[in-house]
Ligand binder design. Structure first.
Ligand code: PLP
Length: 371
C-alpha cells in the first residue's frame, strides 16, 4: 500500500508542533477524569480487571453499550476493533480483485487505498466547493455505478470538509444501493458531533440491511488512545467473517481499553456535551478569524463535525504556507494535498481547547509575514 499521506504528515509534526490546528479528534480526557466517571459495575470491572485475552468480537458489555447507540442493532451485530483496523478488515472481507468501489472524495486515505491495493477499480465521487460551503451531487451517483460495483463508501459528517447530507439525500443513496445490491460502508467516526439534533443522520446499519457502520471513541469522545472502534451490521454472516479475519490482525482488543470504553459509553452524555460545546465555541472563533482574513482564506463553513476545509487563496501553495506556519510560528496545519484532492485547501480541526490561541498565533504570523 502507498504511504498514508495524512498519517505520515501527522507523524512528522504532531508531537513537535507547539500548536496543532488540524487535529480531527476532540480534546481528550485524562485517565483520572475518565475513571472519575466510573461507578458501580464499571468501577468494579476496572478494579477487578485481569489482563488476559478478551473475546475476539469484543467484551459483551462493551458490545451492548455500542448497540445502545443504534435503533435496530443488537450486541451480537457489533464487532469491536480499532477504527483503522475495522476499515482494513471490512475491505479485505468484502472486496475481491476486479470489484468496483465508489468513494466520496476527498477521503481519509484508507477508505480508498485498501480497495485499490486489493485490486479494485475506485471511482471518486467528488464533493464540490460552492461559494460558502461544500456540496455532494447525489444525482450523479447513478451515473458512477458500473456492472462490477460492489460497494459505496460514504463518510458523514465528513473528514475533511465538515459536510453532511440531508436525510433525504442519504435515503436516496440507500435506495440506489438497495436497487443495485451494493454494500454501503458508512464511516460514521464523526457522528454525534452534529451542531443540532436535526442534523444527525440515521446510521447506515439501521437504515439498510446491507449497511455497515464504522464508528468509535477516537473523535466525538476524544479517546483515540484507547483504540476502540467498531463495525455494526445486521448481516450476521458478514460479522462472522470479520471476527475470523481479526484472528490475523489483533485477535482481540486491549482488555483495559475495553473497560475504559464501557466507562466512556456509559458517561456519553457529559463527554459529548463537553466536546460539542468546544466545537461550537471554536466554530464561532474560526468564522470570525476567516471572515477577518478573507484576502487569504475562502471560508467554506462546515455543517457538522470537528473539521473544516477552507480554501487557501495566497500566492504560494498551501503546502508552502503550512510549512512556513510550522517553521515560523510553531502552528501545525495540514495542507489539503495530503488528501490527494485538487486545489489549495487546509484542514482545520475544531475540537481542541487550544484552538483560539493557535489561531491567534497564526494571525500574528500572517501579520508578520504579509504586512
Ligand atoms: C474518516 C476517518 N475514518 C477513520 C479514522 C481512523 O480512526 P482511528 O485513527 O481512531 O483508527 C479516521 C481518523 O482520522 C478518520 O478521520
Amino acid at each position: 500500500m502507498r504511504p498514508f499521506k495524512l498519517e505520515r504528515y501527522f507523524a512528522e509534526y504532531e508531537f513537535k508542533a507547539e500548536w496543532v490546528l488540524s487535529a480531527s479528534d476532540c480534546e481528550t480526557l485524562s485517565m483520572a477524569e475518565l475513571l472519575g466517571m466510573a461507578a458501580g459495575e464499571s468501577l468494579e470491572l476496572w478494579r477487578e480487571l485481569r489482563l488476559g485475552y478478551t473475546e475476539t468480537a469484543g467484551h459483551p458489555l462493551l458490545r451492548a453499550e455500542v448497540a445502545g447507540l443504534y435503533e435496530t442493532i443488537a450486541a451480537d451485530d457489533v464487532m469491536i476493533a480499532a477504527p483503522e483496523e475495522a476499515i482494513f478488515i471490512a475491505m479485505q472481507t468484502l472486496l475481491t480483485p476486479g470489484d468496483h468501489v465508489i468513494v466520496v472524495s476527498p477521503a481519509y486515505q484508507s477508505l480508498y487505498e485498501v480497495a485499490r491495493h486489493i485490486g479494485c477499480g475506485v471511482t471518486r465521487w467528488e464533493l464540490e466547493p460552492e461559494r460558502d460551503g461544500w456540496r455532494l451531487d447525489v444525482g450523479r451517483l447513478e451515473r458512477l455505478v458500473e456492472g462490477r460495483t460492489r460497494m459505496l463508501v460514504i463518510n458523514f459528517p465528513h473528514n475533511p470538509t465538515g459536510h453532511t447530507l440531508s436525510r433525504s439525500e442519504l435515503e436516496a443513496i440507500v435506495e440506489l444501493a438497495r436497487e443495485r445490491g451494493l454494500y454501503l460502508f458508512s464511516d460514521e467516526m464523526y457522528r454525534l458531533l452534529e451542531y443540532g439534533r436535526g442534523a444527525r443522520l440515521p446510521a447506515a446499519c439501521d437504515l439498510y440491511e446491507k449497511g455497515i457502520s464504522l464508528a468509535g471513541l477516537s473523535k466525538a469522545f476524544g479517546l483515540p488512545g484507547l483504540r476502540v472502534g467498531w463495525l455494526a451490521t445486521r448481516e450476521r454472516a458478514l460479522l462472522e467473517r470479520w471476527v475470523a479475519f481479526k484472528d490475523y490482525t489483533t485477535i482481540c482488543a486491549s482488555a483495559p481499553s475495553e473497560v475504559l470504553g464501557i466507562i466512556a459509553l456509559r458517561s456519553r452524555e457529559p463527554i459529548l456535551l463537553r466536546n460539542r460545546e468546544i466545537v461550537r465555541a471554536n466554530l464561532a472563533v474560526a468564522t470570525e478569524f476567516f471572515t477577518a482574513h478573507q484576502d487569504r482564506f475562502g471560508w467554506l463553513a462546515p455543517k457538522a463535525g470537528p473539521v473544516a476545509f477552507p480554501r487557501w487563496l495566497g500566492e504560494e501553495t498551501a503546502e508552502r504556507f503550512c510549512r512556513e506556519a510550522i517553521d515560523g510560528a510553531g502552528v501545525m496545519i495540514v495542507p489539503g494535498s495530503v488528501f490527494e484532492t485538487p486545489g489549495d485547501y487546509l484542514r482545520i480541526g475544531l475540537g481542541r481547547r487550544g484552538f483560539r490561541d493557535a489561531l491567534a498565533r497564526l494571525a500574528e504570523h500572517l501579520q508578520g509575514r504579509f504586512a
